[in-house]
Each structure stands twice: as structure tokens, then as C-alpha cells.
Design a protein around this ligand. Structure first.
Ligand code: TYD
Ligand code: MG
Length: 456
């Protein structure tokens, strides 16, 4: 028998009959791998005659007959996790948790499972041995008699064990190690990930057991291989942070049961992850004394809101031609903003050297950072610090007007979450946005001079 194969993009799951250097779907290079595929038996519907009058099978339900008793969510002792899930774990939900290797995914879920004392949890590990997990659990210093461990990668064996144990929560670490005997490709390949996830999805839905899938993320931030995975699961969480810092952020990327504007913050300690209940401590601790030239922008990178610090230094020019330097921000855009300040605000930047830096070595493309850049320039020019409880989100136009930016509610929510007390936004963003629901003070501004008067 001839085995049918096809080429799959390992990044987005695009299927092609031929190998290609560049994926026509996601544009990634060198991602096509040949995988064996199962032959589909085509099912043809040819007979459209009704079988009996008004008949319908049990597979079809009338929506009005579906009972809507609110599903009881499972609350974990971890407040941050409950929040990002939209208020606890939904029975029968399939949750994907992505993150770079070593960020603490295994620690987070081992810790949470151990703390759930009165439900039976099955932790399936394809990566670590039982001894390694035991050592980690000892380090976390939590004991739980209903916590079970299975080091196995074949889904067939896994489901046999699940049938016997009947766990109330299943954690899979990681989805890239699982292998379905019905698919011949290697673990971690697109067809394996798709098949094993589909099997777990059926199990979750049919048994009403919540299942957490841990997945590794590639350097560019996508969940390794399976973009397709994101469509199959109910909720996608991302665990992120800089390896050099102890802080970790758990974000909701997608959630069928709640908002995606949520985030949970943790600190990695010697004894596991600690919930950070007052998140502003991360930003505040780094700048105790207020310095001039610093402003915080509420930006959005991709899907994710992010508060970034803009630093400006404006000094008297020593040479004939004033210098302008920008790190992490477009230099032409900086020159444009300086021209706006010169012409619309009457500030004399023409005789000043201007240095601009985005903290943390990141590059920001989001135009909503304009307002924070402008305010950091003014703050340094006047040598008056801006309170560390204030942040900004707005684009600046050529005539000095503050323009509306997208997803303002998500930005305001993030600023509120991070402990800011005031956010300056465009007056034009105020329309159609319900700002009264926020506890943070939202200051709508229309022009540069209004911001100036509001600040200094
Ligand atoms: P881990 O959960 O293995 O990461 P992932 O599953 O995302 O690959 O965590 C890895 C790091 O966390 C490791 O470098 C050690 C550190 N760690 C602590 O600092 N404290 C702890 O209590 C534990 C268990 C791990
Ligand atoms: Mg791990």
C-alpha cells in the first residue's frame, strides 16, 4: 500500500503537496516537514430525501431545550490563575499554557495542582521523571494525597490510565511530547500535536474534566509549531518574563469564558512562584526617587498590553548642530514630535541636544507611545518630574492634537491593574468608551497644551 504523505508547515500547520522553502500562509522560511497522513474516506451525501416527516436524530438539539445551569467553576488557591481564566477553571475546558523553556510553566502547574487538596489530579509528564518531579514538589513544600503522576507519552496508555483513576483535573506537560499511536509522525510534529490535542479535547468535553496543556514557545513568541492549537483550545495563556528577572507574567491571549484583558503576576522564588498582589511594585521599586524625563506609556504589542518606560534627556547643545538620538523609537518620529513642540508649543528644542531611550531594550512601533515620548521630552526640558502614578496613551498629530488609539479599554485596564492612578488619553477616545467603570482616573486631552497644563 502506498503511504500518503504531505508537507506541513511546522509553524502554522499549512498543508502542501510539495515541499516549499517559504510557507505561503505564514511566510516563515524552512518550516516544511514531510509527514505521513491518513487517508480520508470521503463521505458522500447523495440522498437528500427526508427519511420521515419532521424527524430529527438525537444528535441535533433544539437550542431552547438546552439547559443553561451556570457551570460551577473550580476555584484554585491561586488568585492570579483564577483571574486570567476568567474566574476559575471551567469544567470540561481545554487550556493551553505557552511559555519559553525554563520560564516556570511546570513549576506553576505542579504548585497549583498540589495546592488543590480535595480533587484528584493527574499530572502527565513526558519530560521529567517521577524523581525529578518529586524533588521539585519537595522544594515547593506542599503535600497532597490526591495528586497522581504519570510519566507517559502515548495517548493510548494515558487514556487507559485515566479511565481507571478518573481524575478531576488533568495536566499535560508538555503537548509536544505526546504521541498518538494512530499517527506515524514524530512527537512534536504538526499532525501529532493536532491529533493528540483533538483526543484530549474529546476527553475533556465528554467527561467534563478540565485539561491543561503545557506548550513550548519558539523564540519569536509563537507556540512552537501549532498555531492550529490556538484554534482548538478554549483558552490560551502565555507565561512570560525575562530570565534575568524574577518576575513572571501570565496573560490571557484567548478565552472563551472570560476577558482577554487579564494578567497575573508572579515572582519566582527559591520555594516556587509567589503571587504578586500589588503589581505596581515592579515598576515603582525600580525608581524610588522621581526623575525628570521619565514617562510611562500604555502600549499594545501584538495582542498584549504593555506598560513601557520612556526616558528623555534634553540638554543645552554644545556644538553648532543639535544632536538627536533615539533608541527603541523611530528617529524621524522623534524629530517630528520635536517640531510639533517647537511650532505648537513654543518650546525651543532647536538649541538642545535630545536623547531618547525606551527602557528594557525593547522597540516600540505602536503610535500610542507618542504622548509619553512628548511628555518625557517636556519633563526633561522643564526639569520637572512626572509622578510615577501617571501614564499615557495617545498618538500626536502634526497640529499638536492628541489622536485616538485603538483598544483603549485594554490599555486603561492594564494601567489600572498595574496600580497607576491616572492615565491621559485622547479626548476622541472618550466617545464610545465607558471609562466610568474604571477606578483609575482617566484624563481626556485634546491638544498638547492641555497635557502641559494638566501635568506641570
Ligand atoms: P520550570 O518550571 O522547569 O520551567 P518550564 O517548565 O517552563 O521549562 O522552571 C524552571 C526554573 O525555575 C529553573 O531554572 C529553576 C527555577 N525554580 C526556582 O527558582 N524555584 C523553584 O522553587 C523551582 C521549582 C524552580
Ligand atoms: Mg517544564
Amino acid at each position: 500500500m502506498k503511504i500518503k504523505t504531505a508537507f506541513f508547515c511546522q509553524n502554522c500547520g499549512y498543508e502542501s503537496a510539495k515541499w516549499a522553502g517559504k510557507c505561503p500562509s505564514c511566510g516563515q522560511w524552512n518550516t516544511f516537514v514531510e509527514e505521513k497522513v491518513q487517508k480520508d474516506i470521503p463521505l458522500r451525501n447523495t440522498n437528500w430525501q427526508p427519511e420521515k416527516e419532521n424527524g430529527r436524530s438525537d444528535n441535533i438539539v433544539n437550542l431552547s431545550e438546552v439547559s443553561t445551569t451556570a457551570e460551577e467553576r473550580l476555584l484554585t488557591p491561586d488568585v492570579e490563575l483564577n483571574r486570567v481564566l476568567g474566574g476559575g477553571i471551567v469544567p470540561g475546558s481545554l487550556v493551553l499554557v505557552g511559555g519559553e523553556p525554563g520560564i516556570g510553566k511546570s513549576t506553576l502547574f505542579l504548585q497549583n495542582a498540589l495546592q488543590l487538596k480535595d480533587i484528584t489530579t493527574l499530572y502527565i509528564s513526558g519530560e521529567e521523571s517521577a524523581q525529578q518531579i518529586k524533588m521539585r514538589a519537595d522544594r515547593l513544600q506542599v503535600k497532597n494525597d490526591l495528586f497522581y503522576l504519570l510519566t507517559e507519552t502515548s495517548t493510548q496508555t494515558i487514556f487507559q490510565e485515566i479511565k481507571k483513576l478518573r481524575p478531576q483535573l488533568v495536566i499535560v506537560d508538555s503537548i509536544q511530547t505526546l504521541q498518538s499511536p494512530f499517527i506515524e509522525s514524530a512527537p512534536g510534529s504538526v499532525s501529532q500535536i493536532r491529533e493528540t490535542t483533538a483526543e484530549l479535547q474529546r476527553f475533556a468535553k465528554e467527561s467534563h474534566t478540565p485539561v491543561f496543556l503545557i506548550g513550548h514557545i519558539t523564540k519569536d513568541g509563537s507556540i512552537a509549531g501549532p498555531k492550529i492549537l490556538e484554534h482548538m483550545v478554549d483558552t490560551v495563556l502565555q507565561f512570560e518574563g525575562d530570565q534575568h528577572y524574577a518576575y513572571r507574567i501570565l496573560r490571557t491571549i484567548k478565552n472563551r469564558f472570560g476577558s482577554t484583558a487579564e494578567l497575573g503576576i508572579y515572582e519566582m522564588t527559591g520555594g516556587g512562584l509567589r503571587q504578586v498582589t500589588n503589581p505596581s511594585e515592579i515598576l515603582i521599586s525600580q525608581r524610588e526617587d522621581q526623575l525628570s524625563g521619565v514617562a510611562i506609556a500604555a502600549t499594545i504589542e501584538g495582542l498584549r498590553p504593555m506598560l513601557v518606560e520612556v526616558q528623555a534627556l534634553v540638554t543645552q547643545s554644545v556644538y553648532g548642530t543639535p544632536q538627536r538620538t533615539a533608541t527603541g523609537f523611530d528617529l524621524r518620529r522623534l524629530q517630528l514630535l520635536l517640531a510639533v513642540l517647537e511650532k505648537r508649543g513654543g518650546f525651543h528644542f532647536g538649541v538642545k541636544d535630545v536623547f531618547l531611550n525606551i527602557a528594557g531594550g525593547i522597540r516600540v512601533e505602536d503610535p500610542s507611545i507618542d504622548l509619553a515620548v512628548l511628555c518625557s521630552l517636556l519633563s526633561s526640558y522643564e526639569d520637572i518630574p512626572i509622578s510615577s502614578k501617571i501614564c499615557f496613551a495617545g498618538e500626536v498629530g502634526l497640529s499638536g492634537e492628541i489622536r485616538a488609539v485603538n483598544r483603549i479599554e485594554q490599555r486603561v485596564a492594564e494601567a489600572e491593574k498595574l496600580g497607576f492612578e491616572k492615565i491621559f488619553i485622547s479626548r476622541y477616545n472618550k466617545k464610545g468608551t465607558d471609562i466610568s467603570k474604571f477606578n483609575i482616573e482617566v484624563v481626556p486631552v485634546g491638544r498638547v497644551d492641555e497635557v502641559y497644563r494638566g501635568l506641570f
